[in-house]
Design a protein around this ligand. Structure first.
Ligand code: TXA
Ligand code: MG
Length: 329
């Protein structure tokens, strides 16, 4: 895989590869995306193969600007335009009814399409230089932790030659995937919480956004009960539960703690996470990845606060946890 610098030469190389139907991973403000020409079915096929993703799971189409939406979506409700105008470019994905020309391979056979205009300067330069839409799921193998640095992308896809290059834009600012709002039906629905909070969206829209039960509603891999998971079993616990577990002298345990009050850490691997949800989110995946690489028996995560600013974080931790508990890989 080529590691490209995010300068005009690197961007031009990325454009050439994308025009050939090759895959190029690129940074966004949320996580790295695994990009391919959204109008090239062969490139779309390569994305599914590289990720090991089931073909019925739809991809997000990344656009250079909101106006480009009309080529991909029809009957766009006013509310969707309002969110697009306010939050794009930014960490928000809109699910809309697709126009007839949109390939079934992108939508996983569904009548809807996911659209997003990313804010990261490298993503924007790439989209403008390419001059067309890029299909890009998160740049990780299916079910695994998303990549928030170019090195993570190299680690995820080091086997085989399926990904031609990665544009190195450093660490992603937000670190968690975009908020997804589904506008394909009468009432808007939150399909995936992100760092744009639900209350802000509801306030802007002046209406309620429904929260479907996990596992219900449209297919979205972010909605599977198990996703975003390290291979090491992960458990979310209170501070006192962690302390009790460490007292049993389990040396092969890593701890992601929120505070220093856990006494007697001993030889355990541990990370103190910031109490600010934005800082916590931006570092979470990198820490989980590093702790996972230690191949310990278990990763213990101290339960973050349950308040709304922590919704996206708690959502990802729940999914990481379920998968480990059920032992599915
Ligand atoms: O922040 C992000 O959204 C990142 C960056 C790269 O843009 N992308 C990302 O893509 O997280 P991905 O494919 O890993 O997650 C997109 C989610 C999936 O759960 C997918 O099923 C859902 O969006 N999705 C895409 N199109 C959909 C559709 N038409 N209906 C319902 N869900 C859809
Ligand atoms: Mg993903």
């Amino acid at each position: 895989m080529e590691l490209l610098r995010p300068d005009p030469v690197g961007i031009q190389r990325a454009v050439t590869l994308l025009q050939q139907g090759d895959l190029v991973a690129f940074p966004t403000e949320t996580v790295y995306g695994l990009g391919g020409d959204a109008q090239n079915d062969q490139a779309i096929g390569r994305i599914f193969t590289a990720k090991g993703r089931p073909t019925e799971h739809p991809l997000i189409v990344h656009l250079p600007d909101a106006q480009a939406m009309t080529a991909w979506a029809r009957a766009i409700p006013d509310a969707a335009w309002r969110l697009a105008e306010f939050y794009w470019p930014g960490p928000l994905t809109l699910i809309l009814n697709k126009t007839t020309g949109v390939s079934n391979r992108i939508t996983g056979g569904q009548a809807t399409v996911g659209l997003r205009v990313p804010e990261h300067p490298v993503a924007r330069q790439l989209l403008h230089a390419f001059g067309a839409a890029l299909a890009a799921p998160s740049a990780n193998r299916f079910g695994r932790i998303s990549s928030t640095t170019a090195v993570h992308v190299l680690e995820e896809f080091s086997h085989g030659e399926k990904v031609a290059a990665v544009l190195d834009g450093g660490a992603c600012r937000l670190g968690l995937e975009s908020t997804i709002i589904d506008f394909s039906d009468d009432q808007p629905r939150l399909l995936r919480p992100g760092m744009i909070g639900l209350t802000d969206i509801e306030q802007l829209l002046g209406e309620n956004v429904a929260i479907p039960a996990i596992g219900a509603g449209p297919r979205a891999s972010g909605r599977l009960p198990s996703h975003y998971a390290p291979t090491t079993p992960l458990t979310v616990m209170s501070c006192s539960e962690i302390a009790a577990m460490l007292a049993q002298a389990r040396p092969r345990v890593a701890v992601l703690a929120l505070q220093t009050s856990i006494a007697d850490i001993g030889s355990h691997h541990w990370v103190i996470m910031p109490r600010d949800p934005n800082s916590y989110a931006s570092g979470l995946y990198a820490h989980l990845r590093r702790l996972d690489q230690l191949k310990l028996d278990r990763i213990l995560v101290e339960q973050p606060p349950k308040s709304p600013e922590w919704d996206a974080i708690n959502n990802r931790l729940e999914r990481a946890e379920t998968k480990s508990r059920t032992g599915q890989h």
